[in-house]
Design a protein around this ligand. Structure first.
Ligand code: SAM
Ligand code: SF4
Ligand code: SF4
Length: 334
């Protein structure tokens, strides 16, 4: 059967969390008070092996997935990640990419590129060490993340995207310096509205800096014009600098939701399938993998979940939904 007949609407993009662990404690993702030293991360045996991930990717690709993003937690803390990249790169024409906090990128960029990784997205919330620490709660100099970005550039992992989460009262003052820094570099800086993912980050609507405010702030110093989306389902609204020196993106999941075009699924580190970033429950594919299910049975299970999905969390967000017990971003993969 044609994959699209099985699915109804396209499933284009699969995000795979390769670990629920991270060496940062971002206030908007893994606040230290919750993810402290006593926090119980997944035991190794519960995490999908590279063989299991490869098998699932094969199945998802047959269902029409074109883009694979490795994420987490921090994907580069998963040992020998390049071995997984190598396996996935051999599967054919998949757009293989990775999102990282950049802390280990300087040492890993070259080996990942050689293994077949195509691009990277690096998260960076400020160029100022003190503000960076307030956002990311890591004793880590910004210069090292910048060195990681440089190494990714040198290794050809381009075009590079930079993700900046903005939180009211914490890093708004970093918006313009970040825009100035990345303008003209060929890298696209994307501003992400602080979202109520999970249930531990104390999210309040007042903490969100709306995307239109960010665009207006940049436009007042560095004139911008809107650009249309480059494909259906693109999450970032694009703007280019009027002087031709590049683009920025804004991901306005809170103030301008885009659920109708959502073509993304997520696979958690322990092998559950989630059809929405704000899900409260997933479908256990690991049990099928380890219980002897055939590829066809797993394909049918995925198609059955996807075909009936009705997720539109960002469109129905309210004070009540913000309090739901949602899966944490570090677990489900950003
Ligand atoms: N550790 C890697 C990193 O930080 O790039 C990959 C995983 S992280 C969960 C993926 C992306 O989600 C990052 O760009 C991060 O900034 C973003 N993110 C995490 N929590 C968020 C939140 N509450 N609101 C908006 N974006 C968030
Ligand atoms: Fe770690 Fe990324 Fe979450 Fe920050 S956003 S705590 S770097 S997983
Ligand atoms: Fe997709 Fe859920 Fe985000 Fe809406 S809220 S765009 S359905 S992941």
């Amino acid at each position: 059967m044609d994959p699209l007949d099985r699915l109804g609407r396209p499933l284009h993009d699969l995000r795979i969390s390769v670990t629920d662990r991270c060496n940062f404690r971002c206030v908007y993702c893994m606040p230290k008070e919750v993810f402290g030293k006593d926090f119980q991360f997944l035991p190794r045996a519960e995490i999908l092996t590279f063989e299991e991930i490869e098998r699932l990717v094969r199945i998802f690709a047959a269902l029409g997935v074109k883009k694979i993003r490795l994420t987490g937690g921090e994907p580069l803390v998963r040992r020998d990640l390049e071995r997984l990249v190598e396996r996935l790169a051999l599967l054919g024409d998949l757009d293989l990419t990775l999102t990282t906090n950049g802390s280990l990128l300087a040492q890993k960029a070259e080996v990942l590129a050689s293994a077949g990784l195509r691009r990277v997205t690096v998260s960076l919330d400020s160029l100022d060490d003190a503000t960076f620490k307030r956002m990311n709660d890591a004793d880590f100099p910004v210069a090292k993340v910048l060195a990681g970005i440089e190494a990714a550039h040198a290794a050809g992992l381009a075009p590079i995207k930079i993700n900046m989460v903005t939180k009211r009262g914490v890093n708004e003052s970093s918006i313009l310096p970040m825009a100035r820094h990345f303008k003209g570099t060929g890298m696209t800086l994307r501003f992400i509205e602080f979202m109520d993912v999970g249930s531990t980050n104390g999210w309040r609507l007042d903490d969100v800096v709306p995307a239109r405010e960010i665009v207006a702030m940049i436009d007042s110093e560095l004139p911008l014009e809107a650009v249309g989306p480059s494909y259906r389902g693109e999450v970032a609204a694009r703007y280019r600098y009027r002087d031709g020196s590049g683009e920025i993106g804004v991901i306005s999941s809170v103030t301008q939701p885009f659920c109708a075009d959502c073509t993304r699924a997520r696979l958690s580190a322990d092998g559950s399938l989630y059809t929405c970033l704000f899900a409260t429950a997933g479908t256990d594919l690991r049990a099928m993998l380890r219980g002897g299910a055939t590829d066809d049975e797993i394909t049918t299970a995925i198609a059955n979940v996807w075909r009936v999905r009705t997720d539109r969390y960002s469109e129905i967000r309210s004070d009540q939904t913000a309090g739901l017990h949602k899966i944490e971003m570090s677990f489900i993969g950003g």
